[in-house]
Design a protein around this ligand. Structure first.
Ligand SMILES: Nc1ncnc2c1ncn2[C@@H]1O[C@H](COP(=O)(O)OP(=O)(O)OP(=O)(O)O)[C@@H](O)[C@H]1O
Ligand SMILES: [Mg+2]
Length: 246
């Protein structure tokens, strides 16, 4: 079994407050792994650490066996990791096509520095992403004029454009109605086949339908990892987390 992402004894302190207390987490290559837990548990902080936006206080992060602890976000793309952000990552004054083209070009310049890349091959990749995210008909619209759900699809497209095979998605359906969320999750399921996915999602129905395995983070500690059936049956999870949901 190959491990795509491995966290060993990760702690994070902000000033005097420790938010993560020795997190161990192992994500298998090709699996869809959901990270769940109550508000303030530290899920986004953990994503910030993995994606190089914030440095861990201690511990080690390995991506496909390579130690990437402390590697900044802009260099992690080269090792195959992408994170989707909220709409802040979009160039709202550019078209959908150009947003994706920028992401494809950015990843190519990292991979083929100093080499000339034919623009026809770039455009083919852009078309592919437009197709897979269902945004082909919106290609000439400005990103600013898309609906919120379409902006999130574009955001996912940008993450996919990097060619990364490990994707981190933090609450990709936040702010969507049920129909939009269902479509977004179907899109995530389709576009992440054969990739490794770590997803934070509050919609438990969605999590249990999408994830191969689930880890539960409560107050900065992983209290359980297992299949959806394991997690649903785990008494510690039920009392610490699932029992709390309204
Ligand atoms: N930069 C920071 N400085 C100080 N404290 C922070 C910082 N970032 C996060 N925290 C604190 O860390 C804790 C965990 O926050 P985090 O956003 O990681 O939780 P979360 O599990 O993603 O919650 P939610 O489900 O609400 O998104 C919170 O108490 C938060 O206030
Ligand atoms: Mg969060």
């Amino acid at each position: 079994m190959n491990v795509a992402l491995e966290l060993a004894h990760i702690t994070k302190r902000f000033d005097a407050t420790e938010i993560l207390h020795g997190v161990d987490l192992s994500i298998r290559q090709g699996e869809r792994h959901a990270l769940i837990g109550p508000n303030g548990a530290g899920k986004s902080t953990l994503f910030d650490l993995i994606s190089g936006r914030v440095k861990a206080t201690s511990g080690v992060i390995k991506l496909k066996g390579v130690d990437v602890t402390g590697v900044p976000a802009h260099r992690l793309g080269r090792v195959g990791l992408a994170r989707s952000f909220q709409s802040t990552s979009l160039f709202t004054g550019l078209t959908v096509f150009d947003n994706i083209r920028c992401a494809v070009l950015g990843s190519r310049s990292a991979l083929f520095r100093d080499r000339w890349v034919r623009s026809a091959s770039i455009d083919r990749d852009v078309e592919c992403v437009l197709d897979s995210t269902g945004l082909s008909t919106r290609r000439d619209e400005l990103a600013a004029s898309l609906s919120y759900a379409e902006q999130r699809a574009l955001d996912l497209g940008i993450a996919l454009s990097t060619g990364a095979d490990v994707l981190l998605l933090d609450e990709p359906t936040a702010g969507m109605n049920r129909a939009e969320a269902a479509r977004a999750l179907a899109l995530i399921r389709e576009t992440t086949q054969s990739k490794t996915l770590l997803i934070v999602e509050h919609d438990m129905e969605a999590v249990f339908a999408l994830a191969d395995r689930i880890s539960v983070l409560v107050q900065g500690r992983i209290i359980a990892t297992g299949t959806p059936a394991d997690i649903a049956a785990d008494p510690a999870v039920r009392s610490a987390y699932l029992g709390e949901t309204p």
